[in-house]
Design a protein around this ligand. Structure first.
Ligand code: DX5
Ligand code: ZN
Length: 223
């Protein structure tokens, strides 16, 4: 991992929703690489967040790629709307996709990069048959639904095995990690092979977004 390849993806779940455009402008100016957008349906996860109209509004105020994480029971039903709204990545949970290959193809047919993710309790084997087809693999390091939770240490080994799976498949998928990522544990996840760090509370609850993003980059540089 080198300084140039780490991607920082602030999760807007921890932003001030009453000032979302300002918050996004601030992380963009602070050097974010992607904007992580957590979509929750109150069914797959016990929380309700945002839908396609908000993504459409975000698209108008930022040049950052929109990394949309779909924590919804029926992702197939909403892929067209989120694609139309301007998502650059659409990431689905294997737990919600009985026909995962078809879902990935559908995302791609809508002109969007396809990501796949797993809850902490889901075996990596759920990805084996599709890893060569995806643009992004997301390893959840908390149980999805809320920002500000603690990193689950067992996910580190899974991240390492996901790196191997991607590399062995000759896949160019990015490896992203989401949940409880802080400057203090960034070295561990980067050493395990992560390319993209999602950070919600670590960035939006910090006094200076640019300093925090720079601190993440320093960790990567010093590995
Ligand atoms: C959790 C979400 C995360 C969350 C991360 O369900 O997928 O993206 O916003 O927040 P932190 O970085 O605070 O754990
Ligand atoms: Zn997320």
């Amino acid at each position: 991992m080198s300084f140039t390849t780490v991607h920082i993806a602030p999760s807007i779940l921890s932003a001030d929703f009453a000032h979302l455009a300002d918050e996004i402008a601030a992380v963009e100016a602070a050097g974010a690489d992607l904007l992580h957008v957590d979509v929750m349906d109150g069914h797959f996860v016990p929380n309700l967040t945002i839908g396609p109209p908000i993504v459409e509004s975000l698209r108008k105020v930022t040049a950052l790629p929109l990394d949309v994480h779909l924590m919804v029971t029926n992702p197939d039903a909403v892929i067209p709307d989120f694609a139309q709204a301007g998502a650059n990545y659409l990431t689905v949970h294997t737990e919600t996709c009985p026909h995962l290959h078809r879902t990935i193809q559908s995302i791609k047919e809508h002109g969007v990069k396809a990501g796949v993710t797993l809850n902490p309790s889901t075996s990596l084997s759920a990805l084996e048959e599709v890893v060569a087809d995806v643009d992004l693999v997301l390893i959840m390091s908390v149980n999805p639904g809320f920002g500000g939770q603690s990193f689950i240490p067992a996910c580190l080994d899974k991240l390492r095995r996901a790196r191997q799976l991607i590399d062995q498949a000759g896949s160019r998928a990015l490896l992203e990690v989401d949940g409880g990522i802080k400057v203090e544990n960034a070295a561990k996840v980067l050493k395990a092979g992560a390319d993209v760090l999602v950070a919600g509370s670590a960035i939006f609850r910090s006094p200076n977004y640019a300093d925090t993003i720079a601190a993440f980059r320093n960790v990567a540089r010093e590995l």
